[in-house]
Design a protein around this ligand. Structure first.
Ligand SMILES: [Zn+2]
Length: 495
């Protein structure tokens, strides 16, 4: 639809031609085959890749495969000639080595440290009781520079708890959260073992501060104050927390920080007359590695998450390369980027957005694919579908283009459930596109939903529906084709 018509005929022609498929786009979309996708996914999601955990051997092997694939296609390595963009990370692990109330030391199964802090030798702090941490209770209490203990509501979150945050803001140095039920304590300690170990981040942890909280049972809390769980509870309920006599606590922390090397893998296809503008297509190729616990198969293959998106990007790259070879290359350039560190907190894409290889103000869109090979329970018998997220957040044009393109070529059912701004799962913020959206670059996120094998060793290649994977991949290809070849750059008209 490059040609511009003038006058009344233009309107008629435009109306007629609106939604007419472009035969070139169709021809190259047809090079995206189930067989190709399956062949690549069988490699990417094989047990040999060991679950592709960021910084680990499996991720490096996957990276080598992806870089070789881009090289074979004839894409350029845009990072000073290389396909590898190094993403330097820090791995931080911290444990409380000693914890003593008065002279009595706690055993390691009496507390859970859900946080981090830098190595310190033994420190002693006054410990005060903050009841349930209500506004009124804290007003009566000075927690600045002290350790403070509060009783937590049942099933309260630890990482995102407003009471704990408030205590931190008021200057509490060490925070204890006591849970009433033993079962809850057991559940949290299981969770701590699974999630807390080492944490990866882009920044070296800052010195001094202790983040997070130490979880104990209410029974242990009672002993802290030479009292009982019941008495503390009563004091909290009658708003007499300040009447509980303060005590003191000693602790020491051992923190380990090590550098971890990881990498985004980038392949670049130069455009023609609008080559300075870049369309980015992303999928994360890292996954969660090998499970520490469990019976039998412990390798999290991540066939769907996000092997499916990764092989989708490869197939789209191959189709565009073929088009370019035959003189039908895109007008804008396309950056194919398989991203690391997504599972550790969108780290690879954040790093790219802070250290872009192509200027962000010339980056016109990010089409991000994260899980497109399966169905979720809500769509067991539905026609081919995909969840589309974010298309209307920054650019109305992008949303319209995405809808029109789908109707013209793929006719998938677009499910916008997760696009609702108030959806509790907050999917819009949970994959790599978010780091582009944050920089005001329009994005679309393609997703198949959550299924029973999500983040489990059973996310295997044989569960992938390759016909569906091919259809969704073609849809992303067509959308990219339209964006890369249209006359005007997508307009950002929303904030
Ligand atoms: Zn994912």
């Amino acid at each position: 639809m490059k040609r511009i018509f003038i006058g009344i005929h233009a309107l008629i022609l435009c109306t007629i031609s609106f939604g007419q498929p472009n035969p070139d786009a169709q021809k190259y979309a047809a090079t995206i085959t189930q067989q190709d996708l399956k062949e690549n996914l069988t490699i990417i999601a094989s047990d040999a890749m060991e679950g592709r955990e960021t910084g680990k051997r499996g991720q490096k092997m996957a990276a080598a495969f992806l870089a070789a694939y881009f090289e074979d296609l004839g894409l350029k390595g845009p990072v000073s000639g290389s396909y590898y963009q190094p993403v330097p990370l820090f791995s931080t692990g911290a444990s409380i080595v000693t914890l003593k109330v008065g002279t009595t030391a706690l055993t390691t199964d009496e507390f859970i440290f859900l946080g981090s802090g830098q190595t310190v030798g033994e420190m002693t702090l006054p410990l005060v009781f903050g009841g349930k941490g209500s506004e009124a209770e804290l007003e009566k209490l000075d927690v600045n520079g002290k350790a403070v203990l509060v009783l937590l509501e049942a099933n309260a979150s630890i990482m995102n708890n407003p009471v704990l945050t408030k205590l931190r803001e008021k200057g509490a140095k060490l925070i204890f959260g006591a849970v009433e039920k033993k079962e809850e304590y057991t559940r949290l300690s299981g969770m701590a073992r699974r999630f807390m170990g080492e944490r990866l981040g882009l920044k070296k942890p800052e010195s001094g501060n202790i983040s997070g909280a130490i979880v104990i049972t209410a029974e242990t809390a009672g002993k802290f104050f030479n009292s009982t769980a019941d008495k503390l509870k009563k004091a909290a309920e009658s708003k007499k927390a300040d009447k509980v006599k303060p005590t003191s606590i000693s602790y020491s922390i051992n923190q380990t920080v090590s550098e971890v090397r990881s990498e985004n893998i980038l392949g670049f296809l130069e455009g023609t007359d609008k080559k300075d503008e870049v369309v980015v297509i992303t999928a994360h190729y890292d996954h969660i590695g090998i499970s520490a616990r469990g019976e039998g198969d412990k390798i999290n293959n991540g066939a769907d998450d996000d092997g499916s998106g990764t092989v989708g990007v490869l197939a789209i790259a191959k189709a565009f390369v073929q088009a370019k070879k035959e003189g039908k290359g895109p007008r804008r350039s396309i950056l194919f980027m398989t991203v690391t560190g997504e599972e550790k907190g969108l780290l690879g894409s954040e790093y790219y957005s802070e250290h872009p290889i192509f200027p962000l103000d010339k980056t016109v869109v990010d089409l991000n694919i994260d899980m497109i090979g399966r169905r979720d329970p809500a769509h067991k018998d539905s026609a081919p579908y995909v969840y589309v997220i974010g298309s209307d957040r920054l650019s109305s044009e992008l949303h319209t283009l995405s809808e029109t393109t789908n109707k013209t070529y793929s006719n998938l059912v677009f499910d916008y459930l997760y696009n609702a701004e108030d959806h509790p799962d907050r999917i819009y913020y949970r994959s790599d596109h978010w780091n582009f959206a944050k920089k005001n670059i329009p994005i679309i996120f393609y997703f198949d939903g959550v299924h029973e094998d999500y983040h489990r060793p059973s996310d295997e290649v044989d569960k992938i529906e390759f016909d569906l994977l091919a259809l969704r991949t073609k849809n992303v290809f067509h959308t990219a084709w339209e964006i890369a070849n249209r006359e005007n750059r997508l307009v950002v008209d929303k904030k």
